[in-house]
Design a protein around this ligand. Structure first.
Ligand code: APR
Ligand code: ZN
Length: 249
């Protein structure tokens, strides 16, 4: 078992307003590639070229070609033991919420009740022409014959998943809720994120400024390791269930 688990469990057991921040690393064991690090999406594509609002508006088809590949994996993905462990920690009162950068919906699928999606949801698609929405799964089903996909209501071709692309503003309500939770937390559990994208990476900084103690669980070192009380380098699908069971969740 990776070093630090007992100390992290002791912190979480005493947490009164524990808060988790998760990233793509938590969904890696559900088969969804991460963005950075080994095999990450951004090692294959230039994020600005395929995932910025400007490149999307200039060429929706280029965005949808990448999104089709990632969408088929994300839509088929199921929660892994790491997601389930976070649900157990919430049910036991050791976490009050999960703030996530992930758009795959797996925290809610696993049963987490209070989930704040900082980067939106990949489960829904919105037409930028008429504003109507439809399930991402319905759009995925027609991408083989319709690239880029057309809005089934107005025929527009500017259908966009309700996720935050580079260069787009963050969902204000989600950011405000995340910072509020961070300002109230006493134990900040950061899992599976490279902590290089802001303002998401500000969440743990707000928590630290409010006096919280931080636990970082990640497969490889992060820029915030030196600020953490406990750093556990390991797989979330192994570490989080161990934390849940040690806290009696
Ligand atoms: N368990 C724990 N950590 C893991 C695992 C695992 N099984 N697999 C990978 N990791 C770690 C990687 O080492 C990496 O540090 O998870 C981290 C994932 O980092 P990123 O791929 O950068 O994902 P994330 O931090 O969520 O990215 C933030 O960037 O492109 C945008 O919008 C996108 O929400 C995303 C944001
Ligand atoms: Zn439309």
């Amino acid at each position: 078992m990776p070093e630090g688990i007992e100390r992290a469990a002791a912190l979480l057991s005493r947490a009164r307003h524990g808060l988790a921040l998760t990233g793509a690393g938590v969904s890696a064991e559900s088969g969804i590639p991460t963005f950075r690090g080994e095999g990450g999406l951004w090692t294959k594509y230039d994020p600005v070229k395929v995932s910025s609002i400007d490149s999307f508006l200039a060429d929706p088809a280029a965005y949808w070609k990448v999104s089709k590949e990632r969408g088929s994996v994300a839509l088929a993905a199921r929660p892994n033991p790491g997601h389930v462990a976070l649900t157990a920690l919430e049910a036991a009162g050791h976490l009050v919420a999960v703030v996530t950068q992930n758009t795959d919906g797996l925290h809610r699928d696993a049963g987490s009740k209070h989930v704040v999606e900082l980067h939106g949801s990949g489960r829904t698609v919105e037409c930028l022409d008429c504003g109507r929405r439809e399930p991402r799964a319905d759009v995925q089903a027609r991408l083989d014959v319709e690239m880029p996909p057309r809005c089934k209501h107005c025929g527009g071709v500017v259908l966009k998943p309700t996720v935050v692309l580079f260069g787009e503003p963050m969902p204000q309500a989600a950011i405000e809720e995340a910072f509020k939770l961070a300002s109230l937390t006493d134990v900040m559990l950061v899992v599976g994120t490279s902590l290089v994208v802001f303002p998401a990476a500000d969440v743990p900084l707000v928590a630290l400024r409010s006096g919280a103690r931080m636990i970082v669980v990640n497969a490889e070192p992060t820029p915030f390791d030196r600020l953490a009380e406990v750093v556990i380098h390991g797989r979330s699908g192994e570490v989080l269930p161990a934390l849940a069971s040690l806290t009696g969740a």
